[in-house]
Design a protein around this ligand. Structure first.
Ligand SMILES: O=C(O)c1cc(=O)[nH]c(=O)n1[C@@H]1O[C@H](COP(=O)(O)O)[C@@H](O)[C@H]1O
Length: 279
């Protein structure tokens, strides 16, 4: 998917919501455990009732790898289901990869070379440098999303460490990585909890899309993310996982997930109207 297509979907749906499919077998409603593939059944239901409110889904591969081969099968079915039924959705493999070039080539094949799991993007940890990213960039219309300033406390350990030049380490990563690909192929993860940094970040990368996780359960605030992060083509995909998919643990989970997604979408529509002036 191109940047232009993504923006068109945002305008059409009046939403820049990405729903995180962090599906944990221990958290899904018990009545689903009788199903042949409970994880897929849960995802399918959540997708069907939320797809009109979002433009992207982000399955976090850890949740599927955690249950072994059966989890990988559920993941494959989930991605295939989205692609077949809701082809306009942007699908992110939240796999947080990155290794020496020769190994990254294999990681890139694992996400971008299979018709069954037709992802649009992958999250990558950039701290191993350029050769760990390059193999992902040879796929046309596929995106890399670099983890630059994450939402967790540990971001202070290295990303917010000050270099001898006076900049934060994450700022160096932002500067350097822009020479590897354009804003048509690269996005950055900036945690919603790092909103104070957004104004400066936008000075360095005014045009890039940002994937912003951390609203809801982690305490980030959508209003401020929108205020400081939106650019002329939106430039934001704001993720919410637990707040939506575990809005309720009973048989009414689908209704609750749908309501939660709708609530976020209507707030997003307000910000799109406030900050983007379409002709
Ligand atoms: O790359 C990510 O998506 C990510 C980066 C980051 O800095 N913080 C972060 O929470 N995430 C992911 O975003 C999702 C957040 O989930 P919730 O806190 O439940 O909305 C999880 O899948 C995290 O792994």
């Amino acid at each position: 998917m191109t940047k232009h297509q993504l923006f068109n979907n945002i305008v059409k749906k009046q939403s820049f919501l990405c729903i995180g499919l962090d599906t944990d077998i221990k958290k899904i409603p018990v009545h689903l455990l009788k199903e042949e593939d409970p994880i897929f059944s849960f995802n399918k239901t959540v997708i069907d009732v939320t797809q009109q409110y979002c433009v992207a889904y982000k399955p976090n591969t850890a949740f599927y790898e955690a249950t072994g081969i059966s989890g990988l099968i559920s993941l494959k079915k989930t991605v295939k289901y989205i692609r077949k039924n809701y082809p306009e959705q942007f699908i992110i493999a939240d796999a947080k990869r990155g290794d020496i070039g020769n190994t990254s080539k294999m990681y890139a094949r694992s996400v971008f070379d299979h018709a069954d799991t037709d992802y649009d993007a992958i999250t990558i940890n950039p701290y191993m440098g350029e050769d760990s990213i390059r193999p992902f960039l040879v796929y046309p219309n596929k995106w890399v999303i670099l983890l630059v300033l994450t939402s967790n406390k540990g971001s202070h350990d290295f990303q917010l460490a000050t270099c001898s030049t006076g900049e934060y380490l994450f700022e160096k990563v932002l500067q350097k990585s822009q020479t590897w690909a354009t804003d048509e192929q690269m996005m950055y993860v900036i945690g919603a909890t790092q909103v104070k940094m957004l104004t400066n970040i936008r000075k360095t990368i005014p045009n890039h899309f940002l994937l912003v996780p951390g609203i809801g359960t982690q305490g980030g605030n959508l209003k401020n993310v929108a205020k400081y992060g939106i650019n002329s083509h939106c430039g934001l995909l704001v993720n919410s996982s637990r707040q939506i998919i575990y809005a309720d643990f009973s048989k009414k989970f689908a209704e609750a997930a749908s309501q939660e997604a709708q609530k976020i979408q209507s707030e997003m529509a307000k910000y799109l109207a406030r900050y983007i002036h379409l002709e």
